[in-house]
Write a protein that binds this ligand. Structure first.
Ligand code: ZN
Length: 256
């Protein structure tokens, strides 16, 4: 909601300067022009900023007339609001003024980026796949379990419970994977590759061949000796042709 300059007195006029990266979220009519909020409409800086389309999860810092403020701050008079963007590499385990640090890097992948979620699972990251969750349930899970939300749905990210997120820009899953790793400054550990179930997000456990022998196809039984199972779905995993194929696709894309 942009307000016209003419009807707002100088002391009630809050000029807003968004970082260049945030233009992605601005309506075309608002790009490249000074934006203004009328402080007679009482609102927190989170709500003021999001009324222009920029989700709070994209914000690294907010300055009100040169003083750092948090999301709940309500400007009582005009001046200038400067909104700085989260920039890569974004270390979510370091403390920031606007959000407490995460102890671990954990994700929740929205339905529109499930393939990205599965790629991250294959790399060994902790990723909850939001296959059948509503927006409200995703936000609640992200808040409670302190997970980073990955989504292509900007509107989801206006929800207060979500602290950390990436509004994925790329459309191709392998490019999305690079985008995510680069944005959060993550370097995949090849030792963690293929250690999690891509259906359940549980860490796989080694299992003796003798214990699952009867469940194997003859060729698998003949050529492979090391097996893992998922404690959730009981699926059996081994480093067969699928493993090699996925690994070489990651290599080709420069993931590791
Ligand atoms: Zn499983």
């Amino acid at each position: 909601m942009a307000f016209s300059f003419t009807h707002i007195s100088e002391e009630k006029r809050l000029k807003i300067r968004f970082a260049r990266e945030m233009e992605f979220f601005l309506a075309r009519r608002n790009k490249g022009i000074p934006l203004v909020h009328d402080v007679r409409r009482r609102a927190s800086v989170k709500d003021i900023i999001e009324s222009f389309g920029v989700p709070h999860t994209e914000i690294m810092a907010i300055g009100f007339n040169g003083v750092p403020v948090d999301f709940s701050f309500v400007p009582g008079h005009g001046g200038e609001l400067v909104v700085a963007a989260v920039e890569p590499p974004f270390d979510v385990t370091a403390d920031h003024l606007l959000r407490p640090a995460l102890k671990q890097v954990k994700f929740i992948a929205d339905l529109n980026v499930l393939k990205l979620g599965r790629y991250l699972l294959l790399l060994g990251f902790d990723v909850s796949l939001a296959r059948q969750l509503t927006d409200g349930e995703i936000a609640a899970a992200a808040g409670k379990e302190r997970r980073i939300v990955l989504t292509r749905d900007t509107r989801l990210l206006y929800r207060k419970k979500i602290e950390f997120a990436r509004r994925i820009r790329a459309s191709q899953p392998m490019v999305q994977l690079k985008e995510t790793l680069e944005f959060f400054g993550l370097i995949p550990d090849p030792g963690l590759f293929f250690t999690r179930c891509t259906a359940c997000n549980l860490v796989l456990t080694p299992v003796a061949k003798a214990d699952i022998d009867l469940r194997l196809e003859p060729k698998t039984r003949k050529y492979f000796n090391h097996f893992l199972t998922c404690p959730g779905c009981d699926q059996i995993f081994w480093r067969g042709s699928h493993y090699e194929a996925v690994q070489s696709r990651f290599r080709a894309a420069g993931i590791f």
